[in-house]
Design a protein around this ligand. Structure first.
Ligand code: FRU
Length: 502
């Protein structure tokens, strides 16, 4: 999938001692990857603050503007509007469809064209959004941003060597993007009447970096070798390592690509009965990540805080605070994930997220009747428990929602598993974005209890069904499933050679 090289089992955990130094192309590749994460985060974080700006509402959603300022109305429903939700959600729907095409382009044409298409698509999307005169321009722009996001996700998530702390760095880049967006909204909110245009248009800055990097970077050696261009692959490797002495690494890449090519039909393979545990993880982990409800905060925090009575500025800087919490939490994850393991982080994160959501639900139930503002003291309580919730998400389901799927698949199901993970994640990101404001209107405070219920389910699921993957080499993953108290009934069928059974 996605041109991601699959390390041969014999190579996956070997102490690697290749020659070479960090060269400019390597640094450029890192910048490209980081700017990909940044833009994705920026697009996640920017829409909520923009929706909270009056000039934006007057231009595109006048009825919401009137409702927002009407006194003594049901505050829970002020922002309930399908078009408004579509402005946020359309990005993820486009990303979902693009995920099917992007992996095809990458495996046939290489990483570079996919990054280039992604960068250009981001640029056009940002331009359309900044210049928008009607809802169609807004939504088409957001869809272009969605098309741009997928290559970034697929290429960052695919390489198995990006494991542990490194894999999490990508999530951290997304968080930085979200924080930048929150800060920029805070700054542009006072630039009337065009501050929202600046917010949306600034996505063009990292998008240009990504596009330039794609133009100036050569394709990766892995991608060239996988597509049969061995000599070219070798010379690129020499260039990026800054030494002609790359034979050892080159041979390993050739071997990895040979192993990858022997894997037939990963999509058929993942649907075999013996791979049921892997298919279950590919679907449930990204699903659970989204029904934690995190994107209620990342997409709609300013709107949410305004609905319960925070003033405009307070809403925007509260969103900045939650953005900071994402970074702190994911920082904690980077330093603890390989020490304490994945399950501990998931379980502790789950318990704290549950507490945060239940307290929010109860405070709203008893202290906020939907017509007035929340008292100052309780507003502070809401902000504090929201921070607890966000920080614990950011060390658990945020990064591990990507890291664990990259570790639970055996070699033969890996590429299909990661494609499914990306698609399911985008599907439910879309679903939450498109439904939250309406659900908030109808469920009221109950929406937080609804997400808390899912957190209970996913925490129990981790406790009973997820084996620890810390330091488990990819070629030993199948054995982990065979040892598991529940999954062994499926996984052991490998030995009983019941492979063909669907
Ligand atoms: O860090 C928060 C962000 O991370 C994601 O879960 C994706 O990795 C997003 O859906 C969310 O907005």
């Amino acid at each position: 999938m996605a041109g991601g090289s699959l390390l041969a089992p014999s190579l996956a955990n070997r102490q690697i001692n290749y020659k070479g130094r960090t060269t400019i192309p390597v640094l450029l590749a890192c910048i490209a990857a980081a700017s990909g994460g940044l833009i994705f985060g920026y697009d996640i974080g920017i829409s909520g603050g923009v929706i909270a700006m009056d000039d934006f509402l007057i231009k595109f959603f006048p009825t919401v503007y009137v409702r927002k300022h009407a006194a003594h109305e049901n505050n829970y429903c002020k922002y309930d509007n399908q078009g408004l939700q579509a402005f946020t959600s359309s990005l993820y729907l486009a990303a979902l469809f693009a995920s099917f095409g992007a992996s095809y382009v990458t495996s046939n044409k290489g990483r570079r064209p996919t990054m280039l298409i992604g960068g250009l698509s981001f640029l056009v999307g940002a331009a359309l959004n900044a210049a928008a005169e009607n809802l169609a321009m807004l939504i088409i722009g957001r869809m272009m941003l969605g098309v741009g996001s997928v290559p970034v996700y697929l290429s960052e998530m695919a390489p198995p060597k990006l494991r542990g702390g490194l894999n999490i760095m990508f999530q951290q880049a997304v968080n930085f993007g979200i924080l930048c967006a929150n800060l920029i909204n805070y700054g542009t909110a006072n630039l009337q009447p065009w501050g929202w245009r600046l917010s949306l248009g600034l996505a063009a800055v990292p998008a240009s970096l990504l596009t330039l990097a794609a133009i100036f970077l050569s394709d990766t050696p892995n991608s060239l070798i996988e597509r049969g261009h061995l000599e070219q692959g070798k010379s690129v490797l020499q260039k990026i390592r800054g030494t002609p002495d790359v034979e050892a690494e080159f041979q390993d890449l050739v071997e990895a690509s040979r192993v990858a090519s022997t894997i037939k039909d990963p999509f058929l393979s993942i649907f075999r009965r013996k791979n049921r545990p892997q298919l279950t993880m590919a679907v449930l982990i990204p699903y659970f990540q989204q029904v934690t409800g995190i994107n209620v905060i990342t997409f709609y925090a300013p709107v949410l805080f305004q609905s319960i009575g925070f003033h405009s500025n307070a809403s925007l800087y509260s969103a900045v605070i939650t953005g900071l919490m994402l970074i702190i939490g994911t920082g904690i994850s980077i330093f603890t994930v390989d020490k304490f393991g994945r399950r501990v982080l998931f379980l502790h994160g789950g318990i704290l997220m549950f507490i945060g959501q239940v307290v929010t639900g109860l405070v709203l139930a008893f202290e906020f009747n939907g017509n007035e503002e929340l008292s100052r003291g309780f507003a502070v309580v809401i902000l504090v428990v929201t921070c607890v919730y966000v920080v614990s998400f950011a060390w658990s389901w945020g990064p591990l929602g990507w890291l664990v799927p990259s570790e639970v698949f055996a070699l033969e199901t890996r590429s299909a598993g990661q494609c499914i993970t990306v698609a399911v994640n985008m599907l439910f990101t879309f679903a939450v974005a498109q439904s939250f404001l309406s659900m908030f209107c109808h469920f009221r405070f109950g929406i937080f209890l609804f997400f808390a219920g899912w957190v209970v389910v996913m925490t129990l699921f981790v406790h009973f069904f997820l084996p620890e993957t810390k330091k488990v080499p990819i070629e030993e993953m199948q054995q982990e499933w065979s040892k598991h108290w529940y999954w062994r009934r499926f996984a052991q069928e490998q030995e009983n050679q019941d492979d063909s059974k669907p």
